[in-house]
Design a protein around this ligand. Structure first.
Ligand SMILES: [Zn+2]
Length: 279
């Protein structure tokens, strides 16, 4: 009997410990944004409140000076709180943009740097309501997505790139949602291949099989998600808004963090230095 009580107490302690397992600090991670130069502006989007935590969400805008004439892009990271290489890689990219003498002409970039602060702190996929933010773009039941949509709904973007990580793949892969993005998708994947990055070829998402590092999301999959599941991801949402370039990137958590960061850095520099110059 004593043994049983001991086990029960121990189990309860473990549950308690898990529930309170805060392993990162959101405010520490974002503190660098307040030291950026005037190439950036910081916008407070709104506060996400939980019983014991509250988080101010920020939109970090690069090169707002001529924003009306510029091509405007949206970059999202930490949609799922346990997918963290993008958080570190995008911080480095923001600091890199800030360190360059001149701004990149004709583009403006909005960064939603950590979409899921609670998940980031507790290293979990979901938010503090145990909801998946990346399924919430139709029902909009989470404070994070409410605040996010409210902040970007009047902005016309030409590109939306959402950086995720994948626990079940061995190589890198991306999702694209419109045929017109097929060429850019191939260009990105070829560039990665040239840099010796392994591409995924095996992963099957429900019935969509990865091919040479990419999954094209066809109309019937969009219909199934939207109409049957009543769910939308960032990709489906911005595809519905007719944003020109919509991509979801997935670095494999199987690789070490430095390799994942390198992939993200290669993609960002490719999109915003090489690719933009050729437009
Ligand atoms: Zn994810």
């Amino acid at each position: 009997m004593k043994k049983l009580v001991f086990v029960i107490v121990l189990l309860q302690l473990m549950v308690f410990a898990n529930a309170d397992d805060r392993i990162r600090n959101y405010n520490d991670q974002i503190s660098f944004i307040f030291n950026l130069s005037n190439k950036f502006i910081i916008n407070e989007m709104g506060i996400v409140e939980y019983p014991e935590n509250s988080y101010m969400m920020y939109k970090i805008t690069y090169n707002n000076s001529n924003a009306l004439n510029n091509r405007r892009y949206l970059i999202i990271s930490c949609n799922h709180g346990n997918e963290i290489a993008p958080v570190y890689a995008i911080k480095d990219f923001i600091l890199y943009l800030d360190s360059k003498e001149q701004v990149i002409n004709n583009i403006t970039i909005d960064f939603i740097y950590i979409l899921n602060p609670y998940g980031f702190e507790y290293n979990i996929r979901y938010n503090g309501q145990e909801k998946d933010l990346n399924r919430d773009f139709i029902t909009v039941k989470t404070p994070e997505i409410k605040i996010f949509i409210n902040s970007i709904k009047d902005t016309q973007y030409v590109g939306m790139y959402d950086f995720h990580e994948h626990g079940a793949t061995k190589g890198f892969m991306l999702y694209y949602y419109a045929n017109k993005n097929k060429e850019l998708s191939k260009d990105i994947l070829n560039m990665l291949k040239d840099n010796n990055i392994v591409l995924e070829n095996e992963w099957v998402d429900v019935i969509l099989k990865t091919k040479d590092g990419s999954i094209y999301v066809p109309f019937y999959a969009k219909w199934y998600y939207r109409s049957i599941l009543k769910q939308e991801t960032t990709g489906l949402y911005f595809d519905r808004l007719n944003v020109d370039e919509v991509f979801t990137f997935e670095t494999p958590t199987y690789k070490n963090i430095e390799e994942r960061k390198l992939i993200i850095d290669l993609i960002l520099k490719y999109l915003f230095e090489y690719n933009i110059k050729n437009k």
